[in-house]
Design a protein around this ligand. Structure first.
Ligand code: COA
Length: 161
């Protein structure tokens, strides 16, 4: 049985991430979507909010679960007996950013990183752009699920941005 982890900040989870989750779920017996605290990125949504959105969006996938984590991904992999880390590579700059992490995680925890490429229909989606468009009241309904779109609207109304 191969257990894989798909880690990220998921601030918030997008259709791009969900495409990768679905691909991973079809390749591995079990997939854990691991939502990182990522306090250095000062996320828009709290860890609890990000995790709740991921859980809601993955509810229909029977071999997918979601968990929050703090600290090193390598420690999470050891704790949860994870063999494979799944990451998404949309373009060359994603790959450049990812390779050092993959090498380090293999050194620290012996885990292999598998890169999946998203379907072209969602390749343009980026967390930063989704947050920016939503902050100006723009329509992000083709980038995120309706639950996440509602959460974005509520977040920016509350902040008064
Ligand atoms: N579709 C849409 N967007 C995607 C995407 C896809 N398929 N794949 C990546 N992205 C976007 C994200 O939305 C995000 O965009 P943003 O920065 O504009 O918001 C960006 O690409 C990267 O974010 P994410 O995939 O969430 O990764 P991350 O860089 O925030 O987090 C961790 C990476 C959590 C895996 C890494 O920081 C980690 O392991 N942290 C734990 C601490 C640790 O172990 N550090 C040592 C690592 S060796």
């Amino acid at each position: 049985m191969t257990r894989a982890v798909y880690p990220g900040t998921f601030d918030p989870v997008t259709q791009g991430h969900l495409d990768i989750v679905r691909r991973a779920a079809s390749l591995f017996d079990e997939v854990i979507v691991a939502v990182a605290e990522s306090s250095k990125k000062s996320p828009l949504f709290s860890l609890e909010e990000r995790l709740a959105l991921v859980k809601a969006d993955c509810a229909g996938l029977t071999n997918v679960t979601a968990e929050g984590f703090t600290g090193l991904l390598a420690d999470f992999c050891r704790r949860r007996d994870v063999a494979v880390v799944v990451r998404s590579a949309r373009n060359a700059s994603d790959y450049e950013y990812e390779v050092p992490m993959a090498l380090m995680n293999r050194r620290m925890a012996g885990v292999e990183t598998v890169f999946l490429t998203p379907t072209p229909e969602v390749q343009h989606i980026s967390g930063t752009l989704v947050r920016e468009i939503a902050s100006f009241g723009g329509d992000v309904s083709d980038c995120v699920t309706s639950a996440t779109a509602v959460a974005l609207t509520a977040k920016f109304q509350k902040r008064g941005d």
